[in-house]
Design a protein around this ligand. Structure first.
Ligand code: MLT
Ligand code: ZN
Length: 468
């Protein structure tokens, strides 16, 4: 294992010379603020927080840290759910919050160049004003940074039709751990030139370099949506219905699954939304269709309604107004926070082929009974991406700490057995790294570590993440 050095007063002085004192923070309050993200209850204090403004400043910082063997953890908005931005070995938190400019929206080529500290929704709204569309929409879209989305190839509800962040990244400017600044590709839609460094960076959780500019491709904005909430008397049946919709040739722009507890807790958590739910209802699907041809979309919605009746659904609620649509989405997006406020929990981000969703859900519940835990499941059913929130409830601390990892291991083993893997969109980071052997053979893991070592020979870049 790499050994790291502490930050000395002279190194601190060098940081201040590069950035100015204002952007070099080590007071107790800042250290506390930057010691956690949204992952459960983890705290790892950095020694210093640096807030650079240019790639050149980052390059100078990396040269020093590489020479002095100081760990550097890049950080966006701190909304991550796998602990990927936690400074587990102390050292530097490199915050990208001052990289907050949309540099260009190129309407002729349907592309945009942005900095990594731009908030996802700010970018979505800016391109929307020009009739353009950036689809990736994580639940935290109102606060998460595009750079963080790249680090984890974040998804969100629209991924089912439009794909995750990686589908939109054309080219990246990156400061390497050794200080050099490179572009990974070209601003083109087709590219068969060399290894795909761009896609290697996407999802690499800030371990291969620090992204300082992003070139995204964009789409024309669909003008219309239909949003429907479908209740089911069995959660298993709700999951079974999902694949039939796609088999019928319909690709919704979102297809979200929510167990009864998920929707109940969300409705209690969020203000101003009331939905009457029959007490026998066990789960819902929230389905959205988008496009420009309302007649065609209505036909698809009717076809979905017919398919759903084969799976014992209740009366479907169609959102009539824009406000109703927004409310349903607001309710869905707050489930994660609602669960968090309810109990000590652990969130897993399981993913299987969508037709295997019923077996995954049944397996999760069976494993829960065996190990004595309850779970609240929800997520992106159309993608086979089920967020399994394990609730501590009555479990003893001993069982929570010692037995639960065995249960999680069984859940992940089931995912892989069903053709899936252990994270669909939250990443591996700190909290899932012990399970990577389930997803990869030792050779495939070794190759990934070797790639990391090529980029970061001294092992200073976001150490302690992804691999044991
Ligand atoms: C979601 O789908 O709500 C997000 O991935 C966040 C979460 O699961 O907590
Ligand atoms: Zn999600």
């Amino acid at each position: 294992m790499t050994t790291f050095n502490k930050i000395t007063p002279s190194v601190l002085e060098s940081f201040s010379k590069i950035l100015g004192n204002e952007y070099v923070l080590s007071d107790a309050e800042s250290v506390l603020n930057y010691s956690h993200d949204e992952t459960e209850d983890l705290h790892f204090p950095p020694e210093v927080i640096l807030k650079p403004r240019t790639p050149e400043e980052i390059s100078q910082i990396m040269l020093i840290c590489n020479r002095e063997q100081i760990p550097v953890t890049p950080r966006g908005a701190g909304t991550g759910l796998s602990g990927a931005a936690l400074p587990v070995y102390g050292g530097v938190i490199l915050s990208l919050e001052r990289f907050n400019k949309i540099l260009e929206i190129d309407e002729r080529n349907l592309q945009a160049t942005v900095e990594p500290g731009v908030i996802n929704e700010v970018f979505q709204l800016a391109v929307r004003e020009k009739g353009l569309f950036y689809p990736p929409d994580p639940a935290s879209k109102g606060s998460c940074f595009l750079g963080g989305n790249i680090a984890l190839s974040s998804g969100g509800p629209k991924a089912v039709k439009y794909g995750t962040t990686k589908e939109y990244v054309l080219n990246l400017e990156v400061v390497l751990p050794t200080g050099e600044i490179i572009w990974t590709g070209a601003n083109v839609l087709k590219n068969s030139t060399g290894f795909n460094l761009t896609q290697l960076m996407v999802g690499s959780e800030g371990m291969l370099g620090i992204v300082t500019k992003i070139v995204f491709r964009l789409l024309p904005l669909p003008q219309k949506t239909i949003v429907m909430l479908v209740p089911f008397y069995s959660a298993g049946k709700a999951c079974e219905s999902v694949a039939s919709v796609f088999k019928a040739g319909i690709i919704p722009s979102a297809m979200e699954f929510m167990e009864r507890d998920a929707i109940d807790w969300a409705l209690r958590f969020v203000s101003g939304i009331s939905i009457q739910i029959d007490e026998k209802v066990q789960a819902h699907l929230l389905i959205e269709l988008d496009g420009n041809d309302m007649e065609g979309m209505m036909k698809d919605a009717e076809a979905i309604g017919e398919i759903m009746t084969r799976f014992d659904c209740g009366e479907i609620l169609f959102a009539d107004t824009e406000e109703q649509k927004q409310n349903l989405w607001r309710m869905r997006r707050c489930i994660g926070e609602a669960v968090k406020s309810h109990s000590v929990y652990k969130e897993e981000d399981t993913v299987v082929m969508r037709a295997e969703l019923p077996r995954l859900l049944a397996g999760v519940k069976e494993i829960g009974s065996k190990y004595g835990f309850k779970s609240v499941c929800y997520g992106h059913a159309g993608d086979g991406n089920l967020h399994v929130n394990i609730i501590k409830g009555e479990m003893s601390d001993d069982d929570w700490n010692n037995k639960l990892p065995l249960g999680i291991r069984e859940i992940f083993t089931l995912c892989v057995k069903l053709g899936g893997t252990i994270s669909g969109e939250h990443g591996i980071g700190w909290v899932q790294k012990d399970y990577m052997d389930i997803a990869f053979t030792s050779k495939a893991l070794e190759l990934q570590k070797q790639i990391r070592d090529v980029f970061d020979p001294n092992g200073i870049m976001n150490p302690g993440k992804m691999f044991k």
